[in-house]
Design a protein around this ligand. Structure first.
Ligand code: XCC
Ligand code: SF4
Length: 659
């Protein structure tokens, strides 16, 4: 395998080559060793839900076993495993949200954790009808935390659906009976219903999956975002750099990787501790350089501008630079391979969560109640390790890109509102954004989310999709590892407006934003839902009426399937760039890529080619625009005309350049 076959990112290619000369193994070697994937598994046709199995259904109809021992058909088996993916993804996001609520519950004025965004806390309290009058801010914080925690396990009633969801959408959910009840309950229901001898109907199974996914998007993930903003501050615009070139030759390099900001926030804070700075000098380093990976990286870049080391497929490569003193992790998306790999270098691989212990890793449990001290212990260990760095093994790639990040829902509104209101400190309304969409200055908006996957060339289709969309005046919002791909490719810097069509170019220029907006981590996809919901409400429309779409070009995790399912259930068409393991169930495929549209006004599209995805998305957006424009009329607010020919020319020029 050659470097150029695995990634479009020069840094990744350089370190992939270094891995070879260092004689260490990476995910691409393991992919090679895996050979052809199991055909049954690939189609979702293997069931291990009981010990009469595993039962494997022949993918050829009429030949070989067509039913499991219990009589389960291909569609039953495929739909059950799809549902279990949704449940696992929902569990991961929602348990993360729960941890953050627990942190809020222990927050106090002089404690390890404080409330950084009081205004947001009061907003959440108001939304949840918690009485705030004459109460101390921490009293309110604790009541909010209790309310949130109760959403996980309340015995009766339904999840509190956020205000931004239009009534029409709620009606659709109600009619389908997919309004979630308690978050944990939905996960449990799926685990129960997929047990042998329960649900034997693909349609019903998919509906249970949708209800569970909604409990993620509008419950667990939503609270993860909202409460993180309360505790650690709502994101604001920041300048940063992205890619492994952010590592420093003469500093203690620390990679924080995983998901929950309670650990990473503390590490970032503690890194400034004079005692630790002194210790760094003592070991001969010029300072402490913290860089973030995966969603942890997204959390800290949004709130502190902490540099982005890279995305999912670069975690091993960070160690292979030989310049990383410690990789500190909490939960999710962490390769167990980092144990063996870090032994080849001087790197300490430090796990911190009892939910994600990895054999033979250095485990230093992070304790929220003694967070500052815990973080300090972990960092000390990392700093002392600097002395063990082997200069011979060090190679830091030079590549890094500038990026402007930190776009929360409010911050986007604020930026766009600047065009009409000169006072940017007043968080305005969605009107300017809505006007841009209505007038066609922006043809539409796309959320690009999700992971990397070695089935695809690393970052390639993400960048193809983004470039194609912005050239056609579709503004892009990004989260997760997709956001990091965009940042590394320079698409989150203001200069990237030169790659845009005329309309988006003007919007970027007037509002001083890049054409691809970083909205945070994967739980922060709820920020995207918020924008879509608020704009729909502004027009008195449903979310499915807007010219918007979602895409996960290189997804791999169960969380991504939960996300895709709640996005489609929200009425937003969603493209998947990696084929999900469902092809063995013809009815399941038909439901997810066809019939579901009649239920919720959106469906899944599966397309592995980046350019093709973008083309399909633009067509779908233009299709939506016809009805949308009819209903809202052209309400051009800005003095910009959508000049079709000029934009088309520019788009073609960009496409020719990038392909
Ligand atoms: Fe993980 Fe969230 Fe996927 Fe990246 S994008 S590989 S889930 S870190 Ni969420
Ligand atoms: Fe086989 Fe049915 Fe058991 Fe699955 S649940 S392993 S299909 S017998």
């Amino acid at each position: 395998m050659k470097g150029k076959d695995i990634s479009i990112d020069s840094t990744t290619i350089e370190l992939f080559d270094k891995a070879k000369s260092d004689g260490v193994e990476t995910i691409w070697d393991r992919k090679d060793a895996m050979k052809t994937p199991c055909g049954f598994g690939e189609k979702g046709l293997c069931c291990r839900n009981c010990s009469m199995g595993p039962c494997r259904i022949s993918p050829v109809s009429g030949r070989g076993a067509q039913k499991g021992l219990c009589g389960a058909t291909a569609d039953i088996i495929v739909s059950r495993s799809y549902a279990r993916m949704v449940a696992a993804g929902t569990a991961a996001h929602s348990d993360h949200g729960r941890s953050i609520l627990h942190v809020l519950h222990m927050a106090s004025k002089d404690g390890n954790y404080t409330v950084k965004d009081e205004k947001k806390l009061l907003e959440v309290a108001k939304r949840w009808k918690i009485d705030t009058e004459d109460k101390d801010i921490y009293e309110i914080a604790h009541e909010v935390a209790e309310y949130g925690l109760n959403e996980y396990g309340k015995s009766f009633g339904y999840l509190t659906i956020p205000d931004f969801v239009p009534e029409r959408r709620k009606e659709i959910w109600k009619n389908l009976d997919i309004i979630p009840r308690a978050i944990d309950r939905e996960v449990v229901t799926v685990m129960h219903s997929t047990h042998i001898g329960c649900t034997g109907d693909a349609e019903s199974m998919i509906k249970l999956s949708m209800r569970t996914a909604l409990a993620d998007g509008y419950g667990g993930s939503y609270m993860g975002t909202e409460i993180s903003d309360v505790l650690f501050g709502s994101p604001s615009t920041r300048e940063t750099e992205a890619n492994l070139g952010v590592l420093e030759e003469n500093q203690v390099n620390i990679i924080i990787h995983g998901h929950e900001p309670s650990l990473s926030e503390m590490i970032v804070l503690v890194a400034d501790d004079p005692e630790l700075q002194e210790l760094a000098r003592e070991v001969g380093a010029d300072g402490i350089n913290i860089a973030g990976m995966c969603c942890t990286g997204n959390e800290v870049v949004m709130r502190h501008g902490v540099k982005i080391a890279g995305n999912f497929l670069q975690q091993e490569l960070a160690v292979i630079t030989g310049a990383v003193e410690a990789v500190i992790v909490d939960v999710q998306c962490i390769f167990p391979s980092l144990v063996e790999l870090s032994n080849h270098y001087h790197t300490k691989f430090i796990t911190t969560s009892p939910k994600a212990r990895i054999k033979d890793a250095t485990h230093i449990e992070f304790n929220e109640s003694t967070a500052y001290g815990s973080a300090k212990t972990i960092l000390k260990e990392a700093i002392l390790n600097f002395k063990r760095r082997d200069r011979e093994k060090v190679f830091i790639p030079s590549s890094k890109s500038h990026a402007t990040v930190g776009f929360s829902y409010k911050n986007i509104i604020r930026h766009l509102d600047k065009v009409v209101n000169s006072n940017i400190d007043v968080a305005g309304t969605v009107k300017p954004l809505a006007d841009c969409l209505a007038s066609g200055v922006l043809r539409g908006a796309v959320g690009i989310v999700g992971c990397n996957n070695p089935k695809k060339v690393h970052d390639e289709s993400m960048i193809q999709v983004i470039k194609h969309l912005i050239a056609n005046d579709v503004i892009v919002v990004a989260t997760g590892c997709a956001a990091q791909a965009a940042a590394k490719a320079g698409l989150m810097c203001r200069d990237a407006k030169d790659l845009c069509g005329g309309g988006l170019y003007r919007v970027c220029e007037l509002t001083d934003i890049p054409p691809v907006l970083h909205l945070g981590s994967c739980v922060d996809n709820t920020r995207i839902l918020t924008v879509v919901g608020e704009v729909a409400k502004h027009f008195d429309l449903d979310m499915s009426d807007l010219p918007v779409a979602g895409i996960a070009p290189e997804w791999m995790s169960e969380k991504a399937i939960a996300i895709g399912t709640y996005v489609v259930s929200s009425g937003i068409n969603t493209w998947l760039g990696v084929v999900p393991q469902i092809l063995g169930g013809p009815e399941v495929v038909d439901i997810l890529t066809n019939r579901i549209e009649d239920w919720v006004g959106a469906k899944f599209h599966v397309e592995t080619d980046g350019h093709e995805c973008a083309k399909q998305m633009i067509d779908a957006i233009e299709e939506k625009r016809k009805k949308f424009e009819e209903r809202v009329g052209h309400r051009a607010k800005f003095d910009i005309k959508y000049e079709e020919n000029k934009v088309q020319k520019m788009a073609n020029a960009v496409l020719n350049r990038s392909s």
